[in-house]
Design a protein around this ligand. Structure first.
Ligand SMILES: CCCCCCCC/C=C\CCCCCCCC(=O)NCC(=O)O
Ligand SMILES: [Zn+2]
Ligand SMILES: [Zn+2]
Length: 512
């Protein structure tokens, strides 16, 4: 008894000592924290664009039903009309001697802007023209009506976030540049694919082929849709987080199927194919893939730790002691998609009639694969968890592993710094963070052109009230967000020329 008491006292003393050390360490880190680097692009003379003129064009763009349903299955008529609308809406852009536009594979749009200084490697901004379907009965607004809130501050439509806002914002920024009589030093491309939502095989893939054929084998950087500026990501965090996707998770679509005897429902087996499959799916949902707390996650947590309120600041700035606790906390809510391979049962089919034993049942699971895992690992573990020979697990075509991680040191890596600084010009109080994009983009088709590939959508989304609208019901975008996006791309086009960002052909690390 005495020994047990001594052990408990020793343990308590150790815990108290560790907590005291943690608090002292947090205090020292806080007082010694260097001021955030002043973005070297606070060049206010670059001008500012309001969204007044853009707003009606954006609303019209949202009304085209450019829905993609499956690879090669999309609304060709509305895509054609949407592209025609874009070409007619920006006459200044397409009449400029510095702009070439090409329709690629009938429905994608490649806009080439030539730079004054041909020695500078061009960059590419990507967006996409297509959208996912609307389940209208779930919406409170017409999914393609582009209806506004009473005060005109918000518009509701599929594609408002993903991804027509970026199509319009990039064109508006280019139009403003041209209206000021500016030809950029560094050339760039606007690449609008027409089937991103179903893999980009007919759109972005063909744009990439066209660039390669033209002898463009090297891009300074690629920027596509991706993480947004996230509001209220964690309770108590005062700043919004501007995630910059420096990699993106892999994607694996798995077909699970069960084939069994049919027959009359009055003489049923113990389990029908639907029951067997449902049990397998329930096992996979109950046994999620492991939490992975990698270096990028570690750095991210540390980067926001000192802004967190007590005692979260102590916990998150002392990962040497609290990492398991923080890992478990991250595995809840939307941040779970960053720390593990996610499992989503997205399709299920089975059964013919109420009185017929279903001979087959099948389902599709979508895994978004953590950058530290592979397709093979996921399939092997799924098979072990299901552990039922009656269930056939087959990978569907179009699966791929996570992307390479783009260089993202803010001092050494100019393209990352360019995007970070431009974000800070538009959103001065955010915390920028290199993170994995949890979804997928057309960047998969541009990886061979540059190692500097980023995924960011320059709008602010409240994590609780807005994220679920992406591919969900009542997708919407505010006028303020459209305006910020336009100015982000405009400043990026200007900053890409800035001597603060010398071309990589004479790259040197500049102290900020
Ligand atoms: C600690 C950080 C946690 C981050 C949590 C995730 C936040 C996600 C924010 C924005 C995601 C927006 C994704 C937009 C791109 C989607 C493009 C798309 O739909 N591609 C097709 C596909 O992925 O299937
Ligand atoms: Zn998208
Ligand atoms: Zn999408």
């Amino acid at each position: 008894m005495r020994k047990a008491l001594k052990f408990v006292c020793a343990l308590l003393s150790l815990l108290i000592a560790l907590l005291v050390v943690s608090c002292i360490r947090t205090f020292l880190l806080t007082v010694s924290r260097s001021a955030a680097p002043t973005p070297c692009h606070r060049n206010e003379s670059q001008g500012y664009i309001t969204s007044e003129d853009a707003w009606p064009r954006f609303k019209k763009a949202l009304q085209f039903r450019t829905v993609s349903n499956a690879p090669h299955v999309y609304n060709r008529k509305d895509l054609q009309e949407f592209v025609t609308f874009l070409l007619q809406s920006y006459p200044q852009v397409f009449q400029s001697p510095h702009v070439r536009r090409d329709i690629i594979n009938e429905y994608s749009l490649l806009i080439s802007v030539s730079g004054k200084n041909r020695s500078l490697t061009p960059y590419l901004l990507a967006a996409h023209l297509d959208v996912v379907p609307v389940v209208q009965e779930e919406w409170t607004h017409d999914g393609f009506g582009a209806e506004e809130e009473d005060d005109g501050s918000m518009v509701y439509a599929r594609g408002a976030i993903d991804d027509k806002s970026n199509v319009i914002a990039q064109l508006e920024a280019l139009s403003f540049l041209i209206s000021k009589g500016i030809q950029p030093q560094r050339g760039f491309f606007l690449a609008f694919g027409h089937d991103e939502e179903v893999g980009g095989h007919d759109g972005a893939a063909r744009i990439a082929e066209e660039l390669w054929k033209r002898g463009i084998h090297d891009l300074d950087f690629v920027l596509d849709e991706g993480l947004t500026v996230l509001k209220d990501l964690f309770q108590g965090l005062p700043n919004n987080i501007a995630g910059i996707g420096v990699t993106e998770k892999g994607s694996l679509h798995l077909n699970l199927s069960v084939h069994s005897e049919g027959g009359h429902s009055s003489m049923p087996p113990k389990q029908t194919s639907i029951g067997i499959l449902s049990a397998a799916l329930a096992k996979l949902e109950a046994n999620q893939h492991d939490i992975i707390f990698d270096e990028m996650t570690h750095n991210f947590v540390e980067s926001i730790s000192l802004d967190m309120p007590f005692p979260l600041n102590v916990v998150t700035s002392n990962l040497w002691l609290f990492k398991p606790l923080v890992a478990r906390a991250l595995a809840k809510g939307v941040s779970e998609s960053m720390v593990r391979t996610t499992t989503a049962v997205t399709m299920f089919q089975g059964g013919l009639k109420p009185n017929v034993i279903p001979p087959t049942a099948w389902a599709v699971i979508n895994h978004r694969i953590h950058p530290k895992q592979t397709i093979a690992e996921i399939i092997d573990r799924n098979r072990a968890v299901v552990n039922d020979k009656r269930v056939t697990i087959t990978p569907l075509p179009g699966s791929y592993n996570a992307h390479p991680v783009s260089p993202h040191h803010p001092k050494k890596d100019r393209p990352y710094r360019l995007i970070r600084d431009t974000l800070l010009q538009i959103y001065p109080n955010v915390v920028t963070a290199p993170l994995p994009l949890v979804a997928n983009t057309d960047t998969k088709h541009y990886l061979s052109f540059s190692k500097h590939v980023f995924r960011h959508n320059p709008i602010v989304l409240d994590v609780k009230t807005e994220l679920h609208r992406i591919h969900g019901r009542d997708e919407r975008l505010s006028k303020a967000n459209l305006e910020s996006a336009i100015n982000f791309y405009y400043h990026l086009m200007m900053n890409a020329d800035s001597d603060e960002h010398p071309d990589k052909s004479h790259s040197h690390s500049s102290e900020l």
